[in-house]
Every structure is written in C-alpha cells, then in structure tokens.
Design a protein around this ligand. Structure first.
Ligand code: NAD
Length: 501
C-alpha cells in the first residue's frame, strides 16, 4: 500500500453513480504487472463507509430509479449497446487484463471479442416469457407466477478471467432488472472500472452498475455483510465461498457460488491419443493452469500410460513461456506473487510426496523480464490420488498423471475428490463415453474435448465446487424471485364462518 503514487502510476477511484469517486478514508492499493513486477496503477481499498455509499447508490437506483421498471425491450437494447461499446474497446480491454494478470493476449482478446455475444444472449433472455399459470385444486381462481428482480446484487470476482466472469453475473443480473455492485479481485481491479465506464457511456442509468475495489477484507466482507445487499454472486476459491455463504446466512441473502476444482481428464486405451494429448495440454496449461476447470488430474489407462506420460512431458517442455502481450507466446505469467509462491510450494510438495517429475518443476527465465512471475509447465507422473498434489487445487500449470486399470477404477478415482466442477473423457467408444459421463459427479463433462464454455450452456459445480449455475437458458433464474399471484374469478369471497350466507 503506498500513499503517494509515482508519476507513471495512474490512480483510479471507485465507480459509483456513474462517476469516479475518491474513497472516504483514502487508502490505496498497488496494482502490479506480473510480467515486469512494476506498479502501474493504484485503486482504493474500499472501507465499510465506501461500500455503504455504493450500496446506497445501488438501492436508490433499484427502489427509486427507472431501471427495474424499464421495459424488458429497453433493458435488452442497453445490453446490446454495451456489447457494441465492448466490441469498440476490445483491444484496450484485452491489453488491460493482460497487464493485470499476465494471461496471454490471445486468450484475453478472444474473450473480449466474445463478450458482445454473451450480452446478445442475455438481451434475448430478458425478453423471454418467464411465468407460469398453474392448474389449481379450487374453482373460480387463477394463479400465475411472475419473476421479479431480487434487488441489489454484489458480484465478487477473481483475477483469472476478470471481465468474462464479471459479465457472467452482470449480464443476467441487469437483464432481470437488478442493480449491481462489482467487487473485482484486488489483483485485477482496473479492467472492471473501465468496464463500468463503458456501461455508463452506453447509457446505463447512474447507480445501476457500481464498482468498489479493495481487498477481501475490508471491501468484500463489508459487501457480504451489508443489509442493503440482497444477493451475492461469487466466483473464487472454495474457502472464500464457504466464508461468504456462512456470512450471507446471517441475513439469508441469496447466494450463487462458482468455486474451485480438481478436475479429472480421463484417457482410455481406446482414445485418439494425439487428439487427447492436445486436450490434456489445453486443459492444464491454458491460462497457465489458472482456471477453475483446469484438468489438473490426468487419469490414463494402463496400456497407454507410458506413451501419454512421455508425449505430455515432451509437449510441456516445448511450450513457449514468454511475454504475455506477444501473440507468439504460449504461456504467460502466474498472476501475482502469492500465487507464484503457491505454485512453487506445490512443486516442492509433489516432489516430497514421491511423485515423479517428468517436465518443468521450476520457475522459468524469460529474456527482458527479470522480475516476471514465470514458471515452467510441469508434469508429475505416478501420482496417487491420495497425495495432496492430487487433492488440493493448485491453480497453476501443474499436471498430476494418475494410472488406472479399467472403467470402474477410472470413475472411482475421478469422483474421489471434494470438488465436482468438470471432467473430460477421451474414448472412441460411444457407449463408454456416455456411460462414464453419466457416472461422473461434475457440473460439466467434456467428451473428446476440454475447456469449452458458452453463454448457451449452464456452468457450475457439484459438491464443493459451487452452488447454482451461470449461463444457459435459465441464467436469469439466479437473479430473480418468484412471486405467485392468486386472482378470484368467482362471485366474491364468502364469509368464512358462515359460507351459506
Ligand atoms: P479468492 O477466493 O481469493 O478471491 C475471489 C474474490 O473474493 C476476490 O475479489 C477477493 O478479494 C474476494 N474475497 C476474498 N475474501 C473475501 C471475503 N472473506 N469476503 C468477501 N470477498 C472476499 O479467489 P482468487 O484467488 O481470486 O481466484 C482463484 C479461485 O477462483 C480458484 O479457487 C478458482 O478455482 C476459483 N475460480 C472459480 C471459477 C468457477 O467458475 N467455478 C472460475 C474462476 C476461478
């Protein structure tokens, strides 16, 4: 935390009521570029008072403002205009995120280009019929349901895909007529502020989308404990999700949680091995392994085991680790110093647990970036599923390869985890593919592919990987309350104590 920024450091405010707003208590956090190690921005570490200001703005916009009363068609038009603004600024938003988290420009640019399509989809959902009419057990009555916005939504997000994961909450929340306060990760706060500015320029009324920056505590906890917040939509670690759910329980806020994973990527002997290897590599080394859905446990059937381990190691060694802004780089940095230390800790731990290192296992040197947080893509073979490296989420580029005998053995190992976010199956046997998909306890199963997501498909976790779903045709359900309305269509209500009168 530094009170006075150097000349090349840009200082940002909170974004409340469509305006950059200085924090009440004046404390700022440094934002560090993980490739250079340099501080390039500062953002407020929002206090409980700042959060209160943001909640008041969002409540005002919800209760007294026009937004919830906008026609669905108008909310949809806004979402489409916001998408157009994002498209116009896609390069800027992609580069900002790379500067924040060191992910590859190709991946961040791809996400920025896709975001308008997400908004088109949510705009469509905003205009879909939502209620039901319900056959009743009594005569002369009609009952129907309506879905209404919940109110003020706190969207708390991590650093790995800063804007896309925010959009997964913001889009459906706004489509349904809620107002939103985003609390981005302290590692990636600037892109969220820029996002909110673009939303304001695209015509969103004041108070509808606000951003408070800061640490989990005080800023995040002030939001999750605030009585003016009706719903928390969270993506982050399972430990934080558990803390948020128990805090939210005190005021029974609505909660949806997208949490961690330790996903199995299962290769059967009858797989197309070269395609599988591509999927394994993408599954664990895409985004430097910093994705919730990383295929971090690679389960390989005995007869293919040696070949898969050898090819994985060779491919991991060949990955070009480099400047994340260079489109030729294949893996960028780890996002921040604590994450870098965590990855190195797990490299050492796996070695001490007896896993066989076949690729990587160290930090990486990149010319021109002496202070960059680079690590080498790492593969451990002969991992057993009870080792910590197979049980705990690393959130980094470390693959653990585990052998299995047959289908039952694969399913047993795959499901033997507290997580249940995703899984991959590689086989050319169509019966086996669907049979195993049915037996895996995970919110997403990819057959002969990995790490695909879409606005059109629900995403979320079984077990301790989460609560609720994002995206897909029911996206707006997580942001609405259901109301039943009863209408008497008969001759009026009779005296309940003397019905013949
Ligand atoms: P994190 O849990 O440390 O932080 C996430 C957000 O919560 C940040 O904005 C942080 O400031 C805030 N926060 C921290 N403590 C808080 C508290 N007590 N109250 C309120 N807010 C608090 O996670 P991270 O390190 O930023 O991200 C990595 C984690 O996110 C991984 O576990 C990963 O699996 C998970 N993740 C899940 C998904 C998914 O869709 N399931 C997607 C991406 C990342």
């Amino acid at each position: 935390m530094s009170p006075t920024p150097a000349a090349e450091v840009t200082r940002y405010g909170l974004f409340i009521d469509n305006q950059r707003t200085a924090p009440i208590e004046g404390e700022y956090l440094d934002v560090v570029d993980p490739a250079t190690g340099r501080v390039w921005a500062q953002v407020p570490n929002a206090s409980a008072k700042d959060v209160d200001t943001a909640v008041s703005a969002a409540r005002r916009a919800f209760e007294d403002g026009d937004w919830p009363g906008y026609r669905a068609a108008d909310r949809a038009k806004f979402l489409i205009r916001f998408g157009e603004a994002i498209a116009d600024h896609a390069d800027e938003l992609a580069a900002l995120q790379v500067r924040e988290n060191g992910k590859l420009i190709r991946e961040m640019a791809g996400q920025a280009k896709l975001m308008p399509e997400y908004l088109n989809y949510y705009a469509g959902l905003a205009q879909m019929p939502t209620g039901t009419t319900n056959p009743l057990h009594v005569k002369d009555m009609v009952s129907y349901t309506v879905r209404e916005p919940i109110g003020v939504v706190a969207a708390i997000t991590p650093w790995n895909s800063p804007l896309l994961l925010l959009l997964w909450k913001l889009g459906p929340a706004l489509a349904a007529g809620n107002t939103v306060i985003a609390k981005p990760s302290e590692v990636t706060p600037v892109s969220a502020i820029r996002f909110a500015e673009l939303a304001a320029e695209a015509g969103l009324p004041p108070g509808v989308f606000n951003v408070v920056t800061g640490l989990g505590s005080p800023s995040g906890t002030a939001l999750t404990g605030h009585p003016g917040v009706d719903k928390i939509a969270f993506t982050g670690s399972t430990a934080t999700g558990q803390a948020i759910a128990s805090q939210a329980g005190k005021t029974l806020k609505r909660v949806s949680l997208e949490l961690g994973g330790k996903s199995p990527n299962i290769v059967f002997d009858d797989a197309d091995v070269s395609s599988a290897i591509n999927g394994l590599i993408a599954g664990i080394f895409g985004a430097s392994g910093q994705t919730c859905m990383a295929g971090s446990r690679i389960l390989v059937q005995e007869n293919s085991y040696d070949r898969v381990v050898a090819e994985l190691a060779e491919r991991a060694d060949a990955i070009k680790v480099g400047d994340p802004h260079d489109p030729a780089s294949e893996m960028g940095t780890v996002a921040c110093r604590p994450q870098f230390d965590k990855v190195r800790h797990y490299m050492d731990l796996a070695k001490s647990e007896g896993a066989r290192l076949v690729a990587g296992g160290t930090t990486a040197e990149v010319d021109g970036f002496p202070d960059g947080l680079f690590v080498r893509p790492t593969v451990f073979a002969d991992v057993s599923n009870d080792m910590k490296i197979a049980r705990e989420e690393v959130f980094g580029p470390i693959a653990s390869v585990i052998p299995f005998r047959d289908e039952d053995d694969a399913v047993r190992i795959a499901n033997d985890t507290e997580f249940g976010l995703a899984a991959g199956i590689w086989t050319q046997n169509v019966q086996r593919a669907h049979r195993v998909a049915g037996r895996l306890r995970a919110g997403t199963v990819w057959i002969n592919n990995y790490r695909k997501t879409s606005y059109a498909t629900p995403f979320g976790g079984y077990k301790q990987s989460g609560l609720g779903r994002e995206n897909g045709p029911d996206s707006l359900r997580e942001y609405t309350e259901e109301k039943s309305v009863w209408v008497d269509t008969g001759q009026g209500v009779k005296d309940p104590f003397n019905p013949r009168a």
